[in-house]
Design a binder for this molecule. Sequence first.
Ligand code: GRG
Length: 296
Amino acid sequence: MAFDQTYAAYVDSVEQALELYLPLPRDAWPETGIPSALAEAMRYSLLAGGKRLRPVLLLASHDMLLNEEASVLPFAAAVEMIHTYSLIHDDLPAMDNDDLRRGRPTSHKAFGEAAAILAGDALLNLAYEVMARSRHPRAIEALAVIAGAAGSSGMIAGQSADIWMESRTPDAGMLAYIHRHKTADLISAPVVAGMILAGADERLVERGREYGLRLGLAFQIVDDLLDEMGDEEKMGKRLRKDRSAGKLTWPGIYGMEGAKQEARAQINLALEALAPFGEKADFLTALAQNSLTRVV
Ligand code: GRG
């Protein structure tokens, strides 16, 4: 199957899984104990599209080793729930103060700040519940990897450093730290989790981790570049905010050409990491190559 078709098939599976695990809309409460406004806000952000990159990576890396997609759908759904919670909270006035996300008003614009905070909290908790209830024999190991990547030594560490560095003297070491944790950790974790769930040995899992981290770094550099040169309508979010907010970005420190070069270099390293998988890695190879096409 061609890359685009395979990607679309994974996204289909993800959308079905999300629908399965999300609380029902409007009339859910009081029957299920979930207030209808909370269910609505959770659905609003989670079912708003998005590339579904993280769950696709989980399904694809698992598929590469074992053809049992149904058993890992809870993990794919969970990683997208965690990502969506992070976007909802990142958009809040206390953080990036954004009014547009995935082509529609951000959660706090649509529902108010308190509801947006709670919808994010609820998605985060639902993610862990769904993984813990999966009955997959390797659930705890995969859950621990995802929790570590999302938590205080992963994405939240990166987000904290990002905020702390605003308007401080630009620093290349801090930039690398922020990109690694804010973005790359939650891109690498689904690759690692997908492989662990498939029963891969530690040597292969390590290659998956390396692929995910390199892809994640390139992804964030591309995101920085698109913030400078992208199209708001196509991307469904506000652009050209990083510089004015005093954010540390790759083009800000290394210039546009330097950033493009580094994105290419990271993708080459990502591709090298896939060598032991041979042809089985065709999809992950194409995904990494395609991730540069919008900027390079
Ligand atoms: C609030 C704890 C907390 C963390 C926030 C995700 C994040 C960390 C911040 C969002 C801002 C940002 C630029 C993050 C870098 C990662 C990134 C590019 C997120 C957007 O992910 P995409 O492009 O979005 O995969 P879609 O909508 O396609 O899922």
